[in-house]
Design a protein around this ligand. Structure first.
Ligand code: BG6
Length: 478
């Protein structure tokens, strides 16, 4: 479905994110016919480029990061015609007059701040003093949205000085992932799951986001953040919210975000015995964390596992185990809802513990499966086995699965449509920091040293113990 005609200005238009994700994503939307002919994408950055130079740069970026679609040369040429470039000085006057000439007031206006947060205030102010932005303009901001509650609040205030909350789109690209949205469809579009979605039937929930990449190349940023700030405070908490929230009264942005906020506010503080931090060692595929981060004395975690509790009626007593790390054995992200034991079996000789497990796979191999117990086929009597009821999107949906759009392109189109459901509200981000701040302060005060783990493993041994102590075990990372 085409969106309304728009002018999208990308501040930081020559940067990594613009070249890797934003522009290749927009190109795919263009090819799918979603981008109206008159729409324009205006790159704005410090480099002294002209529009031709910018188009060349983006052609290269699309060739490198655009996947199969980048072979469509004719399509690419037409797409590039919709690109413009303005050299701009965020902290000075340079370029603003030119930008004002480009940006139209009678189409949807979006400004993507793909720059360091320290520039948000300057950009917001100059967009107004130069009369470029109006009451309907949308601005898009990226993580990191602060590094603690105080800095996040300050950023929110800076933006609020110039824009209303309904104009601000805070991206968490995990919310744009196909399966993440499907989570809401599965929970609230079926009669099967919701009645069981509580502490009467759910034993525990595991959320794993495992990556094989290390931090080489971005060590300077990462070493100041660590897995908690880089992944948990945003992506994992968003997943947790969608799994745990109450049904919103309607599928509308504030209704959904109100429910997510309640989950974050109900998260209990975690005792430090239930947090395991780790750092990867050198392995056959590359150096260890401290070398990658170029900080031989670093105490920053490249892995974290924790046990959380949500203090409300639905989830009292149900542990949520979260873990994420770099340089692990596979790139694999999954949410697993592990249901309780039957309690009693009527099948003689069946000592095995059969459990229903709903596994929601974010990547790779997006889809879900539900582990159910059935009779082993054949004449061997009533022997029970567990099999998955499999719904791998690529198989279940055939050709339609090809429309599994990349998270960024979906989210950018939502900005143009004016739909904030999949974006974080300011109060959500602050509540998430309010929960993580004391945990981080806690380990900093204790001078906690991260545990070592082998590159290519499932994380430190202590992370296994976190569940073993509770008589449970992590799901395999595969
Ligand atoms: C980013 C983090 O937000 O998400 C990275 O800063 C991480 O450290 C990335 O690698 C993971 O995203 P994805 O989509 O590859 O799972």
């Amino acid at each position: 479905i085409p969106v309304d005609e728009f002018d999208l200005v990308i501040f930081g238009g020559t940067g990594d994110l613009a070249r890797r994700k934003i522009l290749p994503g927009l190109f795919r939307r263009f090819l799918s016919g979603q981008m109206p002919a008159g729409s324009r994408i205006i790159g704005a950055a410090r480099s002294e480029l002209d529009t031709t130079g910018y188009r060349d740069m983006i052609a290269e970026a699309v060739a490198e990061f655009g996947g199969e679609e980048s072979n469509n040369k004719k399509g690419l040429q037409s797409f590039l015609q919709q690109l413009e470039y303005v050299a701009i000085d965020a902290k000075g006057e340079g370029g603003w007059y030119d930008l004002a000439q480009f940006v139209r007031q009678d189409v949807v206006q979006a400004f993507y701040f793909s720059v360091a947060p320290s520039l948000f205030g300057d950009l917001a102010e100059r967009l107004h003093t130069n009369k470029i932005a109006n009451k309907k303009s949308r601005i898009v901001v990226e993580k990191p949205f602060g590094r603690d509650l105080e800095s996040a609040r300050a950023l929110n205030e800076t933006l609020a000085a110039h824009f209303h909350e309904r104009q601000i789109y805070r991206i968490d690209h995990y919310l744009g992932k196909e399966t993440v949205q499907n989570l809401m469809a599965v929970r609230f579009g079926n009669v099967l799951f919701e009645p069981l979605w509580n502490n009467h039937y759910v034993d525990h929930i595991q959320i794993t986001v495992a990556e094989t990449v290390g931090v080489g190349g971005r060590g300077a940023y990462y070493d100041k953040s660590g897995a908690m700030r880089d992944m948990v405070q945003n992506h994992l908490m968003q997943l947790l919210c969608l799994i745990a929230m109450e049904p919103p009264s309607q599928f509308e942005s504030d209704a959904v975000r109100d429910e997510k906020l309640k989950v974050i506010r109900a998260l209990q503080p975690i005792d430090h015995h239930h947090i395991v931090r780790g750092q990867y060692d050198e392995g056959p595929d590359g150096p260890g964390y401290r070398d990658d981060a170029e900080n031989p004395r670093s105490f920053t975690e490249s892995f974290i596992a924790m046990r959380c509790h949500i203090a409300n009626w639905r989830w009292a007593g149900v542990p949520f185990y979260l873990r994420t790390g770099k340089r692990m054995k596979a790139r694999s992200s999954e949410i697993a809802v592990v249901f309780k034991d039957l309690g009693h079996t009527i099948f003689e000789g069946d000592e095995a513990r059969h459990r229903n497990i709903l596994s929601i796979r974010l990547q790779p191999n997006e889809g879900m499966d539900l582990q159910v117990t059935i009779k082993e086929p054949g004449p061997g009597g009533m022997r029970l086995i567990d099999v998955p009821l499999d719904m791998t999107f690529a198989e279940a949906l055939g050709d339609d699965a090809e429309d599994v759009t990349d998270a960024y392109e979906r989210l950018i189109m939502d900005v143009i449509r004016g739909n904030q459901t999949l974006f974080m509200r300011g109060d959500e981000v602050e509540a998430a920091w309010a929960w993580t701040d004391p945990l981080i302060e806690g380990w900093e005060a204790r001078n906690d040293v991260p545990k070592h783990y082998d590159a290519g493993s499932a994380g430190p041994e202590d992370a296994m113990m976190l569940l073993h102590r509770d008589g449970r075990r992590w799901r395999d990372i595969k």
